[in-house]
Design a protein. Structure first.
Length: 638
């Protein structure tokens, strides 16, 4: 048993009466009453995050990249396989380090030298790359179409703005207020929209199958021309993509490596979110058991739906129309089957689907920023780490809201939507590569992993824990000599199969390199790639620039400023409402020196998840603060 009297959010635990930890939730000191996410909520948290606008907006771009229906479906299969491999890796990390924060925890756990470099880089990815701007704009466009609203609306004291932009800003504001004031209402609405989204996609599949095999051809009239396959409603050409093996593969020889990978990025973007539960593990009931059940179920459901929906798209919408449809392939699908009058109903349903994606995305993104604030890395970290005033991560939620709104207020044009999609996918690929490499280092290169990690000494065989008992090691994570990195210990309740781990790493590595290969020109002499005007490498440069910003921030904060002003950084643990510089714990966890004089690195380590430190009760949410300590021992500032 564990004492659960500590305030919500503390990340250490104290065994009571010598009890053993049996589940991951005991290693993140959150009372069970505060853990509001069960298996169903976690399934829909992942389901809603994955299924947003991708299945409605990207199939045409993917077919344009693939040039043939067969390769388009193959891209979806490859993307689903990469997502499945990644899910296995993230389940291993999530069950071993069951606390909110996602990749931030995993990168920080493995890559400790140079201290906080990886965390600083990830912090900027968390703030700048995980945006809801693109999806909120799609919500605005479909909602405006569903409501037959004018193209722009006059605002008091403000210039006239496009209606989709206004609706996008309102959607982001609604999400912010809902998640800030009531976690229960936000999750409830997310679950309802998830059920509606599931029913809608199933309806698309059923309607497509009926249309392909039951509805008879109509002769083409008017401007529709003559098609061997006949027409829908006398004027919309029927698809022949699935009529023969030749048609199924027609166009495959036109594809280049760059185009294939660019299309694959759109598929991967459509699967982003399979690790969504890892960002909110502190709020999941029985997180280890729940994530092992809910995450595979959610991903399998999404994969089957994606393949089925894309198949009926190809069977109902003519190939040429689909390739030129941009982001409205779903509208063409419903137009062919039910006529143009159904467009507004379709737009309303897609808008609700996108709203569910926004709810799931902003729910976890705010918690990522909160965890970064608890590390003391961000400026004004106490503000970002706070749960005040509604016991929700309002500062993190507001930060994501503000950055997304700022991006929206730059009028999107031309390739903006596709650029945001590709940049987000590339950033996600970079992070996945680093995470997978870290797990490989732990398993296959003890000498290398001992350089990157600082963990406990090896345990005797008799004390090796089972897969469901201590998650890392019952010993403190810092060795007796903190400047010497001992061999790490890693005891996950779930182990990703090695073939999936290596496959995930290699696939992401290829996805990093191949976009730098120039795209092949099209047979008609047109511009290669999927962008209309931007360079094919623009999203790569943007993603890597975020890394450079994070590296620059780390160098100035932890190296240049300490050397210039003659101080070293010391990290201290703060509990509850304790002020910076006061550990707030009655002596539990004092100074943790991490920066030597003049910026020299001193590896002070960090407490292990689940480490037994004291029976002193903490006073609330634990976080870190940094003190600037001069050579004479005086504190320059907190």
């Amino acid at each position: 048993m564990f004492d659960s009297s500590s305030s919500y959010g503390a990340t250490t635990v104290v065994p009571v009466h010598g009890g053993d930890a049996q589940h991951g939730e005991h290693f993140d000191n959150v009372p069970h009453s505060k853990r509001k996410l069960g298996t169903t909520s976690v399934v829909f948290l992942i389901f809603n995050r994955i299924i947003g606008t991708g299945i409605y907006a990207t199939p045409s771009t993917i077919l344009l990249s693939a040039r043939s229906p067969a390769l388009a479906l193959l891209m979806w299969l490859v993307g689903a396989s990469i997502a499945a491999m990644g899910l296995a890796v993230y389940i291993e990390f999530g069950t071993t380090l069951p606390r909110s924060g996602g990749e931030k925890n995993y990168i920080e756990h493995i890559y400790l030298r140079p201290r906080f470099l990886a965390t600083c880089i990830y912090a900027f990815y968390g703030v700048m790359a995980n945006l809801s701007a693109a999806n909120s704009l799609v919500f605005g466009e479909y909602a405006a179409h569903a409501g037959s609203l004018p193209s722009s609306l006059p605002l008091p004291l403000l210039p006239s703005l496009p209606t989709p932009l206004i609706l996008a800003l309102l959607a982001l504001s609604f999400n912010l207020l809902l998640h800030a004031f009531s976690v229960r209402l936000g999750l409830g609405l997310s679950n309802v929209l998830g059920l509606g989204k599931l029913a809608f996609l199933c309806f698309i599949v059923i309607a497509g199958v009926v249309g392909m095999f039951v509805v008879k051809d109509s002769p083409c009239t008017g401007n529709a021309g003559t098609y061997n396959s006949g027409c829908w409603r006398h004027k919309y050409p029927r698809s022949t993509s699935l009529d023969s093996w030749h048609n199924f593969w027609e166009g495959s020889s036109e594809i280049g490596v760059n185009s294939f990978v660019t299309g694959l990025y759109n598929v991967i973007w459509s699967f982003i979110g399979y690790s969504n539960a890892n960002y909110a593990l502190s709020e999941i009931s029985h997180p280890i058991r729940t994530i092992k059940r809910a995450a595979p179920l959610a991903l399998l459901s999404v994969t089957l739906l994606y393949l089925a929906v894309n198949t009926v798209y190809l069977g109902v919408v003519e190939k040429g129309e689909m390739m030129g449809s941009g982001e409205i392939v779903a509208a063409l699908f419903f137009r062919n089957l039910f006529g143009e009058a159904t467009g507004k109903i379709l737009s309303a349903l897609i808008a609700l689907s996108t709203l569910g994606n926004l709810l799931a995305g902003q729910f976890t993104q705010g918690r990522i920023i909160q965890e970064l604030g608890r590390e003391g890395i961000l400026p004004f970290s106490p503000f970002f780490a706070s749960n005040k005033p509604f016991n929700t991560p309002l500062p993190g939620l507001f930060t994501q809201y503000a950055v997304s709104c700022a991006v929206l207020l730059i009028p999107p044009a031309g390739d903006a939507y596709l650029f945001l999609v590709n940049m987000s996918s590339y950033c996600n690929t970079l992070i996945n590569t680093v995470v997978a490499l870290g797990l490989i280092l732990l398993y296959y290169s003890p000498s290398v992993s001992s350089f990157f990690s600082s963990h406990s000494p090896s345990l005797p065989p008799s004390s090796m824990p089972s897969s469901s008992t201590p998650l890392i090691s019952p010993y403190p994570r810092t060795a007796p000599f903190p400047w010497i990195a001992p061999l790490s210990q890693w005891y996950p309740p779930f182990r990703a199969p090695k073939i999936l781990l290596i496959g995930f790493f290699i696939s992401n590595l290829l996805l990093i390199v191949v976009p730098l290969v120039p795209p092949a020109p099209r047979p008609d002499g047109g511009r290669g790639g999927v962008y209309k005007s931007l360079p094919y490498w623009s999203h790569v440069v943007a993603a890597l620039s975020i890394s450079l910003v994070g590296m620059s921030y780390w160098y100035v904060w932890s190296r240049w400023l300490p050397r210039k002003y003659g101080y070293r950084l010391e990290r201290r643990v703060v509990y509850g409402d304790a002020k910076d510089g006061d550990d707030g714990s009655g002596g539990v966890n004092g100074d943790l020196p991490i920066g030597g004089e003049g910026g020299e690195e001193v590896d002070g380590g960090r407490p292990a998840v689940g480490a037994v430190k004291s029976k002193t009760k903490t006073k609330g949410v634990s976080r870190y603060v940094f003190r600037k300590v001069r050579a004479d021992g005086s504190v320059a500032s907190s």
